[in-house]
Ligand binder design. Structure first.
Ligand code: ZN
Length: 464
């Protein structure tokens, strides 16, 4: 059996693995590369024939795990894409949104270049169109958690709860007499709304994400304790609060926390805008897939107390609604995508609010190298960042909230792996910056006592 590492290797986006067993050829995830340094890979032909794949197995619906599926279909893959029903619903939102953003980005880039009289060395075209994304959705097939799926070539795959986003899974693959466990993205235990990650099933080889492999999330202050003073201060100053947020999970967690803070009167009753059609749709999916929610959220829903709604919350789908936010007097809490500020409506809000001392930007998640979010998070007073190709001074207060990470930290990863009754023969670390994954590999060798390495992009490993 051969495993090809084809993304999120020594960096954190573009998850993709090719598994060649004696009787099947499977792709696990097919994510988009989002860090500037690696986006060119989105355009490269994959190092395998897409039409020769038997199936794609999808862990979850984040763009860096499913974002190149429409491209894969365009390149000739016509087979099934297996994943949980909630991930199908979310992927449908994510892929269409990604297509629309690309079309819009291409349009703006061309306009800008025309104005400036220059030409891009890259073609002015999106990776795929909204109709490509919609066509790909027809290839999705729903699987259930904890029920093995039998595939051609005597391969058996079971999706297990990963506790990362709604519907997220780790994949237990049985093939050629070996058990391989793909962690997908692994969540932190005790996150609001969704269930905790399942313990790892027995495995010979584990492919483990390592986004926060060298860090420990701050457990001393709750998310709500951190949010409350920032929001209250911004209200006193008359500024806005911007929260760049992923439309899925992070946005719903924020609604959950704001709901709690308001219910307990811990922040002034300001208007809050969820300025993202995708986040609005994703929010509805949480109540549709309530069997995937944790006990607390299910109990709230059972007594008709929606954990994701409160007075003063505006759900903005249209551009007109989004623009109307600019006319709000006083403080507005604005949650908008993209989570790393790489596109979407947040860029407009940042352009307007970053130069305002009275406004606040709150980062609630990881900001990859080479993203606007990272530039802003790293900005010192007086620095500028580039938005829509011009310099925008950073005068607003910038905060990073901890405790909302969708990814397990170092102690959680080690504890999760430590639950394996039998040590795996090998752990391969992916989905982390090189030095981070390397540190975790050393910790795993020392603490768990099994071999751990950090494969390179394109590396192929034989599993005997
Ligand atoms: Zn993810």
């Amino acid at each position: 059996m051969r495993l090809h590492f084809l993304g999120a290797n020594r960096q954190v986006t573009g998850s993709r693995y090719l598994l060649e067993t004696a009787g099947a050829k499977l792709l696990i995830d097919c994510g988009m590369f989002q860090e500037r340094a690696f986006t060119a890979r989105n355009w490269e032909a994959p190092p395998f024939d897409p039409s020769s794949l038997d199936a794609v197995l999808l862990t979850h619906a984040h763009l860096d795990h499913c974002g190149l599926l429409p491209r894969l279909s365009k390149q000739g893959f016509k087979g099934p894409i297996y994943t949980h029903a909630a991930s199908i619903d979310l992927a449908s939102l994510v892929l269409e949104d990604a297509a629309r953003l690309q079309v819009e980005d291409v349009r703006q880039k061309r306009q800008r270049h025309d104005r400036e009289g220059r030409r891009s060395p890259h073609p002015y075209e999106p990776l795929y169109l909204p109709e490509d994304a919609r066509r790909t959705m027809a290839q999705f097939r729903a699987v259930k958690f904890d029920e093995p799926l039998q595939l051609p070539g005597d391969v058996r795959v079971t999706w297990r709860e990963a506790g990362h986003i709604l519907g997220s899974a780790m994949l237990e693959v049985h093939a050629d007499g070996r058990r391989i466990l793909f962690s997908g993205d692994l969540g932190m235990p005790d996150k609001p709304l969704i269930r905790d990650p399942a313990p790892p099933p027995p495995a010979d080889v584990v492919i483990l994400e390592s986004t926060y492999g060298n860090r420990e999330h701050d457990r001393t202050r709750t998310v709500e304790d951190q949010l409350a003073p920032i929001i209250s201060t911004a209200v006193e100053r008359g500024g806005n609060v911007l929260i760049p947020t992923f439309a899925i999970e992070r946005a719903q967690e924020l609604l959950f926390h704001l709901n709690n803070l308001l219910a307990e009167d811990r922040i002034p009753h300001v208007l809050a805008f969820l300025d993202s059609p995708m986040a609005v749709d994703a929010t509805h999916l949480f109540t549709q897939h309530r069997d995937l929610l944790d006990d607390h959220a299910r109990a709230m829903l059972a007594r008709r107390d929606d954990p994701l709604s409160f007075p003063g919350l505006m759900l903005c789908r249209s551009v007109a609604q989004s623009k109307a936010i600019n006319r709000v007097r006083g403080t507005a809490v604005i949650m908008a995508g993209a989570g790393m500020c790489t596109g979407g409506r947040i860029k407009h809000h940042l352009e307007r609010n970053l130069p305002r001392e009275e406004s606040a930007v709150i980062f609630v998640g990881y900001q990859s190298q080479g993203t606007l979010g990272r530039d802003i998070a790293n900005a010192r007073p007086g620095d500028s960042v580039r938005i829509f190709n011009h310099a925008v001074p950073v005068r607003a207060s910038i905060s990073q909230i901890s405790g909302m990470s969708a990814h397990a930290d170092r102690p959680a990863l080690l504890r999760w792996l430590g639950q394996l009754q039998q040590r795996p023969r090998q752990v391969h670390l992916t989905h982390g910056e090189a030095s981070v994954s390397q540190q975790l590999a050393e910790d795993i060798q020392r603490q768990i006592g099994c071999a751990a390495d950090v494969p390179e992009y394109g590396q192929v490993i034989d599993i005997a």
